[in-house]
Design a protein around this ligand. Sequence first.
Ligand SMILES: [Zn+2]
Length: 283
Amino acid sequence: MKLFFSSQCLDYNQPGHPESPERMKSTFEYLKKKGFHFNEPVTCGEEDILRVHSKEHLQGIQMGKLYDYDTPVIPYIIDYARLAAGSAIAVSEHALKGETSFSLMRPPGHHATRQRVMGFCYLNNIAIAIAKFVDNNPNQKAAILDIDCHHGNGSEAIFFGNSSVLYISLHQSPLYPGTGLESRENCINFPLHPNTEESDYLKAMEKACRALIDFNPSLLGISAGFDTYRDDPLTQFGLDILSYTKIGEMIDALKKPTFIVMEGGYSRDLPKCVHALIKGFDH
Ligand SMILES: [Zn+2]
């Protein structure tokens, strides 16, 4: 597993906000102690952003005009968001060279729509990477498997109706943002009730994997949220640290060029959950 990380993503902070620099810092330090090496990402180009977001969206973030309660105006946030999106592109390109790669960056992305910042997300990192691949490879298909506990409304909205991209999400319902209640066209949703435990979760994962096998994408992006963990303060799922290794093994068994992009995960055990998922691939 190749990991991408820049300490620049630790440089912005909103006191009291659950999407804190500490969550990424502790994960980085834990994996470093385990012997992992990290590649430095580069920022993404404007043309990469504009495949997914409107010009108004990009300018709105730059000028501090776009925000919501969860997603505040932060100085230079566009630069941090562009670096996280660049890292998503880097790991997708690395996956195509044959090695599964993980972008350990913030801010996350899967709630950001074409014109809206939402749920701690400014630019939709995974959508930017997938859109670039599909644009550059017109005869090939790509898929997103979103295992964050929240539905990736932004990713779904960006690719809805696009037959080159399959979007699959497993998420808690009811929960923010309240979308993903049904499957439509190229978007398959598994809304799972609060208190879902590992066995029911893995059954839904099996169905998701079968849909991925049928679709047969040339590139698979994982929106990896770890807020499905039983001690996560924002959600009510019951996954264990070892559950992530099982999830990793299931994804790895698909034998598709795979890249992983960090989304949510707010418990103190985030470093162990991330390491457990990586173990599912590195065995
Ligand atoms: Zn989440």
